[in-house]
Design a protein around this ligand. Structure first.
Ligand SMILES: [Mn+2]
Length: 457
C-alpha cells in the first residue's frame, strides 16, 4: 500500500475545532531536524506532532499562527542554492495551494502578545520560540505547562483525543503496513540468523511501502528486556522472537504491534501454554474496550486473566482476588496494558499525563499499575493499544525487595519448568466505537497455530 494523504479540508476542520475550544492566539512550531554528529549530517526531519495534526505536512522550521480565528503558516523562503543539493522545494505560493492555507515568509512572523504555544522537542526551535515570544521555554517540557500554554494543551488534548475520519484512515494505512512487516518478519525467521536479519526484513517492508518506523524496532529473543534496543542476538532453535515494530505514514500516524513467535516454527509445549494465556488476557482486554469503560479496568481485566491462568499452571498459588490485591500480576506483567495511539506512538506523551489521565486521576503507586500510561473513560474515536505480556525478569524475580511477601505465592519449582520462555507480548491497535471495539490490526494472525504456519514460510 503506497500511502495516500488526507484532504486539506480535514486540517481546516481541525483548526476550526481548535479555535472553538481555544480562541488563541496560538503558535505551533514544526521544529528542526537534529544533527547526528556535525551540522550537515542530520537525522531525517520529523515535524512536531501538534504541527502535523493541524497542517498535514512537515515543513521544516515553519510555524502555524492561529489568531482571530484565522490560520497562517509562516515558512522559510526556499533557498535557490539548496536546490542543487536537495532538489527543488515548492514556493510559498505553491505550498499555500497544496495545503489550502495562507502561507507567509517566516521573516514576517510577529506573534501577538500572550500567544500560547507548546514546547518543541528540539533545542534550537525552543530557543527560537522563546526569543520570538519573549519568555522562558524549555525543549520537551510539555509536562509542566502553566497559564495560557496549559489552556492550549488542554484544548489540543481534547481535539486530538478522539480521532476524526481522516485520522482513522491514516491509522488504517499504518496498520496495513505494520501487519505486512510482521508477516515478513515471521517469514524471514529461522535458526542461526541474527535478530538484525529479522528486523531488516520487517523494516524493509515498511520502507518499500513509503513509510518509516514509528519508534525504534524491538526484535529480540530477550523479550524480557522490555525496551530491548539490541539486535545482535542469534536466533536459537528453542527461542521465541518478540517483535514490537510499527509503521508511520508520511502524515505521521503510527502503527504499534507486537507479536511473539517461535524461531523453529513450533512452540514448545510450555511456551504454548504461556502464549495462550497471554492471548486469552489480550482477548479479554479487547472485549472490555467499550465506550464509558475506564481503561484502568481494561488493564485489570488482563491482569485477572493472567493471574488466574498462572494459578492454574501452578506458577502462582493462592486465591486469585487476593493475589491481585497483593500485586502478584506485576511479578510477570510489570507494565501497563497499553496507551493512546495516534500521531505519536504514545499519543501526546510530550504533554506528560495531561493526555493519558483524565482530570482528577493520577498514577497509582501500585506495582504494575504505576506504569499505566492511560486512565481515562474510553470514548468512541479513541485508539488504544492492548498489549499484555508475560516476562521472566531476573531483576524482579531475584530480588527480595521486589518479590517481598509474595514469595509464599510464587512456586519457583514450577516456574523453572518454563525456562524456555523469557518474554511474550501480544499487541494490537484498537479503535473504540459506539459498540464493540474494532481491531485495526486484525489482519495479523495471533493464534499459536496460525503463527506457526507463518514462521519460516
Ligand atoms: Mn505499544
Amino acid at each position: 500500500m503506497w500511502p495516500t494523504s488526507s484532504h486539506p479540508r480535514a486540517f481546516h476542520e481541525r483548526r476550526q475545532r481548535l479555535v472553538a475550544r481555544f480562541p488563541g492566539p496560538v503558535l505551533l512550531p514544526a521544529g528542526s531536524s537534529r544533527p547526528r554528529n556535525f551540522p550537515a549530517n542530520r537525522y531525517a526531519f520529523r515535524a512536531e506532532s501538534h504541527f502535523l495534526y493541524f497542517v498535514g505536512r512537515g515543513v521544516e522550521d515553519a510555524a502555524l499562527l492561529v489568531t482571530d480565528g484565522t490560520a497562517t503558516l509562516f515558512a522559510p523562503e526556499p533557498d535557490p542554492e539548496a536546490a542543487v543539493w536537495t532538489g527543488p522545494t515548492p514556493s510559498l505560493e505553491q505550498l499555500s495551494e497544496q495545503l489550502g492555507l495562507e502561507v507567509r515568509p517566516l521573516a514576517e512572523l510577529s506573534p501577538p502578545p500572550n500567544t500560547a504555544t507548546l514546547p518543541p522537542q528540539d533545542l534550537p526551535s525552543a530557543f527560537w520560540l522563546a526569543e520570538l515570544l519573549g519568555r522562558d521555554l524549555e525543549a520537551g517540557d510539555g509536562a509542566n505547562l502553566e497559564g495560557v500554554d496549559a489552556g492550549l494543551a488542554d484544548a489540543i488534548v481534547d481535539v486530538r483525543l478522539r480521532h476524526d475520519a481522516a485520522a482513522i484512515a491514516q491509522l488504517e494505512q499504518a496498520a496495513v503496513v505494520t501487519v505486512a512487516a510482521h508477516r515478513a518478519g515471521m517469514a524471514r525467521t529461522r535458526p542461526g540468523l541474527r535478530e538484525a536479519a529479522v528486523r531488516a526484513a520487517m523494516e524493509a517492508e515498511i520502507i518499500a511501502q513509503g513509510m518509516t518506523t514509528s519508534y525504534g524496532s524491538i526484535v529480540t529473543v530477550h523479550g524480557e528486556v522490555l525496551h530491548n534496543e539490541r539486535h545482535d542476538g542469534l536466533l536459537g532453535p528453542g527461542d521465541l522472537v518478540l517483535a514490537d515494530v510499527g509503521a508511520e505514514t508520511p502524515e505521521g500516524w503510527a502503527g504499534d504491534v507486537t507479536r511473539t513467535w517461535p524461531v523453529s516454527g513450533r512452540f514448545l509445549s510450555e511456551q504454548r501454554e504461556l502464549y495462550e494465556l497471554v492471548l486469552a488476557a489480550q482477548r479479554a482486554a479487547i472485549d472490555a474496550v467499550r465506550p464509558g469503560v475506564r481503561y484502568l479496568d481494561v488493564h485489570r481485566t488482563a491482569g485477572r486473566v493472567l493471574v488466574s491462568g498462572l494459578t492454574e499452571l501452578g506458577i502462582l498459588r493462592g486465591e486469585v482476588e487476593e493475589l491481585l490485591q497483593r500485586g502478584a500480576g506485576a511479578l510477570f506483567f510489570p507494565h501497563g496494558i497499553g496507551h493512546l495511539l495516534g500521531l505519536d506512538v504514545h499519543d501526546m506523551e510530550d504533554l506528560g499525563d495531561r493526555a493519558g489521565y483524565a482530570p482528577g486521576r493520577e498514577r497509582s503507586d501500585r506495582p504494575g499499575d504505576r506504569y499505566l500510561r492511560l486512565d481515562r473513560d474510553l470514548e468512541p474515536g479513541m485508539v488504544v493499544t492492548i498489549e499484555p505480556g508475560f516476562y521472566r525478569i531476573e531483576r524482579i524475580l531475584e530480588r527480595a525487595e521486589e518479590v517481598g511477601e509474595l514469595e509464599d505465592a510464587l512456586r519457583r519449582d514450577v516456574l523453572g519448568k518454563y525456562a524456555s520462555v523469557r518474554g511474550i507480548r501480544i499487541e494490537d491497535d484498537v479503535l473504540v466505537t459506539d459498540g464493540a471495539a474494532r481491531v485495526l490490526t486484525d489482519a495479523l494472525p495471533k493464534t499459536a497455530d496460525e503463527i506457526e504456519a507463518l514462521v519460516g514460510a
